[in-house]
Write a protein that binds this ligand. Structure first.
Ligand SMILES: NC(=O)c1ccc[n+]([C@@H]2O[C@H](COP(=O)([O-])OP(=O)(O)OC[C@H]3O[C@@H](n4cnc5c(N)ncnc54)[C@H](O)[C@@H]3O)[C@@H](O)[C@H]2O)c1
Ligand SMILES: O=C(O)C[C@H](O)C(=O)O
Length: 346
């Protein structure tokens, strides 16, 4: 959800009746009905993400599911006077109802890091959570676009793909690892260093979502700025370590939640726009890919009525980025294989 949209939602919910009815009389057809489900909705990410999805006028139905704490979050969010109807689903036997009819399913369910942990250390717990949620998605809403936030994304996306393949419902255009937070960070850090307006900044981030597998392409950043090699390297490292920076600052109380909710809301909004036929919706995401020899890879993706419409190429890379690309491949390959092996071995 871009800032302008948030402003327009707030204007709409607080503006005068006369003003809004005159706006309505000139507006085109209303946005189609769209159901979004958030799995893990009562968590650190889930709560602010549910709020942001409630503010999104493209959503008509919002299903909030968690194994703990859902009723309070759902009651709270449901009082906000925006378009969507909110329902909370609190127990595993309600997961099917939460998912049925969903167009987009966002998954921030699972445990977050503590200082000293890598994202891969979360695999043990989160792999099983993601696997069982994806089995339910395969059963109740196999056509939904799945936005995977749960870490380690480099493995949870391949886990989801394997589950969907086993169930005979895999469509590679509908499965996304959410890497938008890497883009959000790269934009913020670049704008600060280049002294340009952050609202104008674009930076693609490719690879995966962990440490050196996160590769921001500052050589393609716009607006252009004359940064030294040392400055580019420092920006790259800060983007790669952005998650750890937050984990350490939170000192045992979890990882990024608010910035992730913002990033997750941007990505889900892009998916909804694509489904609704808005042209030229492009975001970076970790998807099935032939852009490199790896079966999954994050790069710019054009979104459309069926999810991924086109996985875009990487564009020209600097020598530094070419080295970064080669360096990330072994780790990304082994994380992908670990996810696949988890499902095949289970
Ligand atoms: N992709 C990214 O960029 C990114 C960014 C930040 C965090 N994350 C990841 O997102 C995940 C969630 O982080 P958080 O800070 O919100 O954690 P959290 O512990 O605050 O919340 C997780 C929620 O998931 C729920 N949950 C656990 N098992 C569940 C299940 N089987 N079904 C439904 N809900 C379940 C919990 O009850 C809890 O409410 C972590 O794995 C974290 O590493 C990813
Ligand atoms: O760093 C984490 O563990 C959470 C998330 O992946 C992030 O990038 O903030």
């Amino acid at each position: 959800m871009k800032a302008a949209m948030l402003r327009s939602v707030l204007r709409r919910s607080t503006g005068s009746a006369a003003a809004s009815s005159s706006r309505r009389s000139f507006s085109s057809a209303p946005a189609p009905e769209r159901k979004v489900a958030v799995l893990g909705a009562a968590g650190g990410i889930g709560q602010p993400l549910s709020l942001l999805m409630k503010l999104n006028p493209l959503v008509s139905s919002l299903a909030l599911y968690d194994i703990a704490g859902t009723p309070g979050v759902a009651a709270d969010v449901s009082h906000i006077n925006t378009r969507s109807e909110v329902k909370g689903y609190a127990a595993e036997e309600q997961l099917g109802q939460a998912l049925e009819g969903s167009d987009v399913v966002i998954i921030p369910a699972g445990v977050p890091r503590k200082p000293g942990m890598t994202r891969d250390d979360l695999f043990k717990i989160n792999a099983g959570i993601v696997k069982s949620l994806c089995e339910a998605i395969a059963k109740y809403c196999p056509n939904a676009l799945v936005n995977m936030i749960s870490n380690p994304v480099n493995s949870t996306v391949p886990i989801a793909a394997e589950v969907f393949k086993n169930k005979g419902v895999y469509d590679e255009r509908k499965l996304f690892g959410v890497t938008t937070l890497d883009v959000v960070r790269a934009k913020t850090f670049y704008a600060g260093k280049a002294k340009v307006n952050v609202a104008d900044v674009n930076v693609p981030v490719i690879g995966g979502h962990a440490g050196i597998t996160i590769l921001p392409l500052f050589s393609q950043a716009t607006p252009k700025a004359n940064l030294s090699d040392e400055e580019i390297q420092a920006l790259t490292k800060r983007t790669q370590d952005g998650g750890t920076e937050v984990v350490e600052a939170k000192a045992g109380k979890g990882s990024a939640t608010l910035s992730m909710a913002y990033a997750g809301a941007i990505f889900a909004d892009a998916c909804l726009k694509g489904l609704n036929g808005v042209p030229d919706v492009v975001e970076c995401s970790f998807v099935q890919s032939t852009v490199t020899e790896l079966p999954f890879f994050a790069s710019k993706v054009r979104l459309g009525k069926n999810g991924v419409e086109e996985v875009l190429g990487l564009g020209p890379l600097s020598d530094y980025e070419k080295q970064g690309l080669e360096a990330l491949k072994p780790e990304l390959k082994s994380s992908i294989e670990k996810g696949i092996a988890f499902v095949r071995g289970n």
